[in-house]
Write a protein that binds this ligand. Structure first.
Ligand SMILES: Nc1nc2c(c(=O)[nH]1)N[C@H]1C(S)=C(S)[C@@H](COP(=O)(O)OP(=O)(O)OC[C@H]3O[C@@H](n4cnc5c(=O)[nH]c(N)nc54)[C@H](O)[C@@H]3O)O[C@H]1N2
Ligand SMILES: Nc1nc2c(c(=O)[nH]1)N[C@H]1C(S)=C(S)[C@@H](COP(=O)(O)OP(=O)(O)OC[C@H]3O[C@@H](n4cnc5c(=O)[nH]c(N)nc54)[C@H](O)[C@@H]3O)O[C@H]1N2
Ligand SMILES: [Mo]
Length: 651
């Protein structure tokens, strides 16, 4: 739809391939039970009865916390899936709701909340300068990418900087800073040093809105461009240049990739330092800066908070600060709970909309943990690596087989956007929408009073009620969906304890963390572990998105498998030559955790020595055989999935 407000007629290869995905190979069409290691079809009634019985057993023996509920990427993208999972676990009484919040985007939300009291986001189409840090929008975020290309073509967006170890298509439009993976915080500290040394900050804005600037002045003195150049491999002059252009632009937005900043041991502070850059240059709540967006209030299915989930002791702020409590536990501690009973045993798992056997770190340990469970049930469309390890698999249907509320903001889209998602076809086979699976299970558990919804329209009405929108209005007036609310600029209310933008965070100091971000090396790097670097001399980044796949999804689609048949490892041509590896050769990539084989990608965009591998892509290589649960970011508990050390060889 050319007139569609978000896509403006653009479609990605995954969108185009949906019919193939929907009707393709491997759809699970019936409830399945594993009997003596073999999958057997069973009826919905039998499956739900057995699950209810098991869940009651677990609760009787280990308490409600002995069960974990895991919602994967779909749990953030599909409100119905997430809300019903929350309702069920709440009524059951387990605090252990685990999700990709534990390594996807919550770090940045926390960092911005702790700085601004809210979650302002970029508005690049109104900017004169944008800095894109570790995001290849042509692959992972085309809706915003196309708006940036357009603003650049029209000339309103004058300066684009790309901060990325490799050249990406958008690098053609601007200045590329090719940094060593994992050193973004050092770059940002260097930029702050230049801005403050050269008096380029927005003093009026700072005086009025910020606290801690005096401490920041002292703090960044040591981070000279020359020193930061040694760390980042970015020439000092380039650090000066980006700092000057950014600070003097009329309006500027930094756009942070969703994972390259966050998935580090210092990822939370990395997010904070870029927030501080926005603040001291006055690029907050002005058109083209970071702006406070309106929120849509949607019906909330949460049940009043129970006890604390796993990870609370280790990462208390991930759980709550300023009385704001997150519903999630830290999934990075799940394997410890199952395998080491630390802090207590988790014995059962309900997994929906995710494939943790592949997407959590250290797949070997993750799979061991999943196998060690007394009972696991998975709601899935396909027999994934996780589903294979379950006791019962229930056939869920896709978003095209159910009606619901679609709502995006932030990561996917900068302004909140809502629509009624239409049911395109009837559920395939015996598959059910997630809401129905949870509801039917709840009835068998005796939870009927908490699950009153009987139809998809009733659920939509429940979600929309607090928003002031109605289903009828959305269906008749805005069937294509609608932006919700307007951005209001020039707000100067900040909901932090001090009421100001907190360049210096007392909350962090009181919890034993750095109140202003410091530079911290990745746990394994040429600098932090020179001995290890001799044995593992290549820097490895995992998880780079490809347009054909969403994480481990869509591998049943022939047309996508044709254009991207293998997981690809990108490698610098000089490195490849040194190892005698040619384009398309298979190479081994080995870390201290494991070894995988992966095909090399024609290195047209790889211009500095490092190699990167997607999480899975079309092929068999699973980058999480190379990653580890330790160490974790002390604030959030995120693990290192970027900037690791590896060695390579021709396979
Ligand atoms: N090494 C490394 N690991 C990473 C990352 C990285 O960069 N590097 N990135 C991390 C990030 S940011 C993320 S978000 C995670 C993603 O991790 P996951 O969410 O675990 O991965 P997906 O492959 O998206 O799994 C989604 C599953 O939901 C199923 N599904 C689709 N629609 C529905 C539905 O309507 N109902 C149900 N019940 N199921 C459905 C799909 O078939 C698929 O199996 O991976 C993380 N892991
Ligand atoms: N097609 C597609 N789109 C997706 C997804 C998908 O699976 N497929 N997943 C969605 C999800 S859940 C997420 S979380 C997002 C992920 O989105 P992002 O995390 O933004 O991932 P990419 O766009 O692949 O960007 C990664 C870029 O960061 C660079 N990079 C690697 N290490 C570093 C580093 O240390 N510093 C810097 N500055 N750059 C680095 C890589 O070279 C690459 O160009 O994408 C979303 N969009
Ligand atoms: Mo993600």
């Amino acid at each position: 739809m050319k007139e569609h407000p978000i896509s403006e007629g653009a479609i990605c290869p995954r969108g185009e391939a949906l019919p193939e995905w929907l009707y393709g190979e491997g759809r699970i069409k019936h409830p399945m039970e594993k009997v003596d290691g073999q999958w057997k079809q069973i009826s919905w009634d039998d499956a739900l009865d057995k699950i209810a019985e098991k869940l009651k057993e677990i609760k009787a023996q280990y308490g409600a916390k002995g069960l974990a509920v895991y919602t994967g990427s779909l749990g953030t993208e599909n409100i119905e899936l997430a809300a019903f999972a929350q309702r069920f676990r709440g009524v059951y009484g387990t605090p252990n709701l685990l999700s990709v919040e534990g390594n996807c985007f919550r770090s940045r939300i926390m960092a911005r909340q702790m700085t601004f009291g809210g979650y302002p986001i970029e508005e690049p189409w109104n900017s004169e300068c944008v800095i894109i840090v570790g995001q290849n929008m042509d692959n992972s975020r085309i809706t915003i990418g196309s708006k940036i290309y357009k603003a650049h073509d029209e000339g309103t967006l004058k300066h684009i900087f790309i901060v990325d170890p490799k050249k990406i298509p958008m690098s053609e439009k601007g200045t590329h800073l090719q940094l060593r993976p994992g050193t973004d915080t050092a770059l940002a500290l260097g930029m702050l040093n230049v801005i403050i040394e050269e008096n380029l900050q927005d003093q009026e804005f700072i005086d009025k809105n910020c606290m801690g600037f005096d401490k920041l002045i002292e703090h960044v003195k040591e981070y000279t461009p020359e020193k930061m150049s040694k760390i980042t491999y970015v020439p000092a002059d380039e650090i000066r240049n980006i700092a000057r252009v950014f600070a003097t632009a009329k309006a500027a937005s930094i756009i942070l990739g969703t994972t390259p900043i966050d998935q580090h041991i210092n990822g939370f502070q990395g997010n904070r330092i870029f927030s501080i850059l926005q603040a001291v240059t006055g690029n907050i709540n002005i058109p083209g800066g970071w702006v406070s967006i309106p929120f849509i209030r949607l019906g909330d299915m949460r049940v009043t908070e129970i006890s604390d989930p796993i990870g609370t002791h280790e990462h208390p702020l991930f759980r709550r600060f300023w009385g704001r409590t997150s519903p999630y536990g830290q999934q990075m501690l799940f394997a410890n709970a199952v395998l080491d009973e630390n802090p207590y045993p988790i014995k059962g798992l309900i997994c929906t909309g995710g494939n943790p056997a592949m997407t959590l770190p250290d797949s070997k340990r993750t799979k061991e943990a999943l196998k060690a469970l007394d009972f696991m049930v998975v709601f899935e469309l396909f027999m994934t690596e996780t589903a294979e390890l379950a006791d019962i698999v229930l056939p869920a249907c896709s978003f095209l087989e159910k009606k619901g509320v679609g709502y995006v903001y932030g990561v996917t889209n900068c302004i909140p956007f809502a629509m009624i998602r239409k049911k395109v076809i009837e559920p395939i086979g015996e598959s059910w929408p997630d809401w129905k699976i949870w509801t039917e299970l709840a009835l068998r558990m005796g939870y009927e009073e908490h699950f009153p919804w009987k139809t998809e329209d009733e659920i939509i009405d429940f979600f929309l009620k607090p928003s002031g929108l109605t289903r009828e209005q959305m269906e008749t007036e805005h069937p294509e969906g609608m932006y919700y609310g307007k951005t209001t600029y020039n707000q100067d209310k900040f909901y932090t304890p001090s009421g100001k933008i907190e360049l210096y965070s007392q909350t962090l100091a009181e919890n034993g963390y750095d109140p202003i971000p410091k530079w911290v090396e990745p746990s394994k790097s040429p600098e932090s572990t020179p001995e290890l670097f001799k044995k593992y001399p290549i820097i490895l980044t995992t998880g780079t998105r490809v347009p054909e796949f969403s994480h481990t999804q869509l591998r049943n689609v022939p047309s996508l498998m044709k254009t991207a048949p293998e997981a690809l490892g990108e490698i610098h041509p000089d490195t490849a030559a040194r190892y005698g590896i040619s384009d398309g050769d298979m190479m081994t990539v080995e870390t201290t955790k494991g070894i995988i084989e992966i095909k090399t990608r024609p290195p047209k965009h790889c211009t500095r020595e490092f190699s990167a591998s997607p999480m899975d892509g079309g092929g068999k290589a699973n980058a999480n055989e190379l990653t580890s649960y330790e160490p974790r970011d002390p604030v959030t508990g995120y693990t290192e999935m970027k900037a690791l050390l590896c060695r390579i060889a021709k396979a």
